[in-house]
Design a protein around this ligand. Structure first.
Ligand SMILES: Cc1ncc(COP(=O)(O)O)c(C=O)c1O
Length: 342
């Protein structure tokens, strides 16, 4: 039985047109000068996000740590929503490499979302010379571990305004910003307003084998290029990956299809009496009585998922059709009782 892989939107295979574009890519040496295909991709993404400049980096983690390194001095405190990827899933690089002291903000504005008042209160005002300096707010839209939740545009603006009033820079982890924009029916640039830097991924949901872009002002991106090299991310003929990224962007108009698959999966699970929430984007977190048991049972039934705390995570993606979601539901039905909470 072919497993239906719903662990992540990163498990996608490069499509035939993507592989063809990679094979035909015009390339240069991106350390010595600029790779022309990466340069094209950077212009396209900066434009999509309404930012001045962009820099390709191999991964989302590298994009985030570069963003943090640009804004933090050693010992500075930064604020981020609780369970943000930069807090719990990047090996502490925010502290280890960027020198930041993290402060998690509870989700008082909704799942994955702090309120502007929390930003103001936690940032406080400058104290005596020996006090901690808070210099950065790091947002995440969509918020992965809250279940792909979206920060709407007005809330984004208010969070940025609160940060600016407290003299904080703003970095946005937009690994799945595309999905937030699609869910709101807005261009991605509507959700970057006011940020100093943003990181977006091409390998999550869009199908590229690797690659993210960190975006900001031209001087910030010149410094980001130095930091990328320092972190071992200065690649040579990166245009092979840049070409994949350009094809990946063509998937943007189809993101709503993945959201529809996620909705259908949630609805089907609820039909079996499982406590599946209504997903906002492509991530579905289902609380279950025993995540280890549920995961193993689903795996033997031919449905692959990942545990996230007491829940299991399903992420439909471009390599799965709606028919695969229906097949996943058929496979889950006989074991559904193990996913039901008492
Ligand atoms: C919200 C978020 N930020 C950053 C990353 C890191 O991306 P990468 O795995 O490309 O380093 C991920 C990965 O899943 C993510 O979900």
């Amino acid at each position: 039985m072919r497993p239906i892989d719903l662990r992540s939107d990163t498990v996608t295979q490069p499509s035939p047109d993507m592989r063809a574009a990679m094979a035909a890519a015009e390339v240069g040496d991106d350390v010595l000068e600029r790779d022309p295909t990466l340069a094209r991709l950077e212009v396209r993404v900066a434009d999509l996000l309404g930012m001045e400049a962009a820099l390709w980096v191999p991964s989302g983690c590298m994009g985030n740590v570069i963003g943090l390194m640009l804004h933090l001095k050693r010992g500075d405190r930064f604020l981020a929503p609780a369970q943000a990827h930069v807090l719990g899933s990047e090996l502490g690089t925010a502290a280890w490499l960027a020198g930041g002291m993290p402060e998690a903000l509870a989700w008082e504005g909704g799942p994955g979302r702090p309120t502007p008042a929390q930003v103001t209160k936690t940032a406080g005002s400058p104290g005596p010379y020996y006090s901690l300096c808070t210099t950065l707010l790091c947002l995440e839209n969509t918020h992965n571990f809250a279940g792909g939740t979206v920060t709407p545009q007005a809330e984004h603006r208010a969070l940025v305004a609160a940060a600016k009033a407290a003299k904080l820079a703003v970095h946005l982890d937009g690994a799945r910003l595309w999905h937030a924009a699609a869910a709101l029916g807005l261009p991605p640039s509507a959700l970057t307003e006011g940020v100093d830097t943003v990181q977006v991924c091409l390998s999550k949901g869009l199908g590229a084998p690797m690659g993210s872009l960190v975006c900001g002002s031209k001087p910030a991106m010149a410094e980001a290029r130095r930091l990328r090299k320092m972190l071992g991310g200065g690649v040579r003929q990166g245009g092979v990956m840049g070409a994949a990224g350009l094809v990946a962007l063509d998937y943007l108009p189809r993101i709503p299809e993945d959201h529809a698959k996620t909705q259908r999966l949630a609805e089907g699970l609820r039909g079996f009496g499982i406590a599946a929430p209504v997903p906002e984007t492509n991530i579905l977190l289902v609380p279950v009585p025993d995540a280890t048991l549920a995961l193993a049972t689903l795996e033997s039934a031919g449905v692959r998922t990942l545990p996230v705390g007491p829940a299991i995570r399903f992420i439909p993606h471009r390599d799965l059709a709606m028919a695969d979601i229906e097949e996943a539901l058929r496979r889950i039905e006989p074991v559904a009782h193990l996913l039901r909470r008492a």
